[in-house]
Ligand binder design. Structure first.
Ligand SMILES: CC(=O)N[C@@H]([C@@H](O)[C@H](O)[C@H](O)CO)[C@@H](O)CC(=O)C(=O)O
Length: 299
């Protein structure tokens, strides 16, 4: 996640980063949501809308405030320019991040999996000691080839490769990623919150998503129920998450709405999004937040 403050200039919301909320937000995540690992500067954090310098400041603040409180800080370093990604990778290593992730560039989209593999390799070379994850999110990047094709043989060119953050709904491809990753002791972190249980049945072993900012405790219970073989309970909790997300989607749900919901539920002001995203009307965020509070109360 990322917090932006509201700075209005010439009628436009640029959104400035607000580092002061990160410390309190980490306390909130750990204590109220039972969330101890974070993936920062990704989609929810609007990483691709931020400057390299802003991304460095955010990454440094998360690592600094998270010390002794968070188990893992994974920094997303994907950019359109490979040089920016390399600089962010080097920076992440220098501040003690636990891992880095790279999304595919999305203006000049790699023509095939080998081209993307080369991109990730060249970024990884600037932080060879850090576990590297490929961030697969075809709905945003327009990448048309399988994530499994990106993984195939990647350990030969990126020794630090550790897995994939899979934000897609293709179960065939996901299954192939799990099969490949399991054999190498890597992770598959799933990113479609409303389908998490299905991905765990298939063998995914981690979850990264926007709704865990306020539904983290409930989803941790879902995963514990699944681990204990209590599938009825796991299913019931996934149905709750599905219902909440469907409610939000019917009202219109995006990163900007999510950010406002995070403010409403945590009580910490996250600020508005940065253009081209538009601020979410308060009434919408409050309606979603109320639904979440109702759901969470029983758990
Ligand atoms: C496209 C998108 O924003 N996907 C979200 C999901 O958490 C998504 O909001 C959720 O499943 C509701 O559809 C995450 O995968 C994004 C994410 O993990 C990130 O912040 O990098």
């Amino acid at each position: 996640m990322t917090s932006l403050t509201n700075k209005r200039s010439e009628g436009q919301y640029n959104g400035e980063i607000n580092l002061s909320v990160i410390g309190p937000y980490i306390e909130y995540l750990v204590e109220k949501q039972d969330v101890k690992s974070v993936f920062i500067n990704g989609t929810t954090g609007e990483g691709c809308s931020l400057t390299v310098d802003e991304r460095k400041q955010l990454a440094a603040a998360w690592c600094q405030h998270g010390k002794g409180k968070l188990e893992q800080v994974i920094v997303h370093v994907g950019c359109l320019s490979i040089k920016d990604s390399q600089e962010l990778a080097r920076h992440a290593a220098s501040i003690g991040a636990d891992g880095i992730a790279v999304v595919s560039p999305s203006y000049f989209i790699p023509i095939n999996a080998d081209a993307l593999k080369s991109f990730i390799k060249e970024v990884s070379a600037f932080a060879p000691e850090l576990p590297m994850y490929y961030y697969h999110i075809p709905s945003m990047t327009g990448v048309a080839f399988d994530a499994a094709d990106v993984l195939n043989g990647i350990e030969q060119v990126i020794p630090s490769f550790q897995g994939v953050k899979y934000t897609g709904t293709d179960l065939r491809d996901l299954g192939q990623c799990v099969h490949y990753c399991q054999a190498r002791g890597w992770s598959v972190l799933f990113g479609v919150d409303e389908q998490l249980l299905g991905a765990f049945v298939l063998g995914a072993d981690g979850a990264v998503g926007s709704t865990y900012n306020y539904f983290g405790r409930v989803v941790n219970q879902l995963l514990a129920a699944f681990d204990n073989g209590n599938h009825m309970q796991a299913r019931a909790l996934q149905f709750k998450s599905m219902e909440m997300i469907t409610f939000a989607k019917n009202l219109g749900f995006d990163v900007a709405v999510n950010k406002q919901v995070m403010s409403e539920v945590s009580g910490l002001a996250m600020g508005p999004p940065r253009l081209p995203l538009l601020p979410c009307p308060l009434s919408k965020a409050q309606a979603i937040a109320q639904k979440i509070k109702d759901f969470s109360q029983g758990h």
